[in-house]
Write a protein that binds this ligand. Structure first.
Ligand SMILES: [Zn+2]
Length: 124
């Protein structure tokens, strides 16, 4: 999970495709990923919860929030399922969840060090 996020940040297309289950890949996945990576600045990753995913398990579930800026600030809040593949983990699919933002007095997720209400949580 974290390694896929890092790959998004660094634009490692080969890794992203290699760790996506072959049956879930779309024909133009490389192009879609390239466009996403080019237009998106990733600001941070929050792991909300994990289930299973231990060495003895065959599946792992990770709920996460990835915050990005693509024009304006947005986020992916997803519960992802990972499966075993050649000794490693491979992304199977995910459920999109409603956005989850920090509380007003918590640090902003963009990493500015400011409170959310004084940074990206400011009323427009
Ligand atoms: Zn911010």
């Amino acid at each position: 999970m974290r390694s896929r996020y890092s790959a998004f940040c660094t634009g490692n297309l080969d890794y992203l495709i290699a760790t996506h289950h072959p049956s879930q890949r779309s024909p133009d996945e490389r192009l879609q990923l390239a466009q996403t990576i080019k237009s998106t600045e990733w600001l941070g990753l929050r792991i909300v919860s994990t289930h299973q995913g231990l060495p003895s398990d065959q599946i792992g579930i990770v709920e996460f929030v990835a915050v990005y800026r693509a024009g304006q600030m947005g986020q992916i809040h997803e519960r992802s399922r990972f499966g075993r593949h050649r000794g490693g983990w491979i992304y199977l699919e995910g459920d999109q969840l409603p956005p989850l933002w920090p509380k007003r007095n918590q640090p902003c997720w963009c990493g500015s060090g400011q409170k959310f209400k004084q940074c990206h949580g400011r009323a427009k």
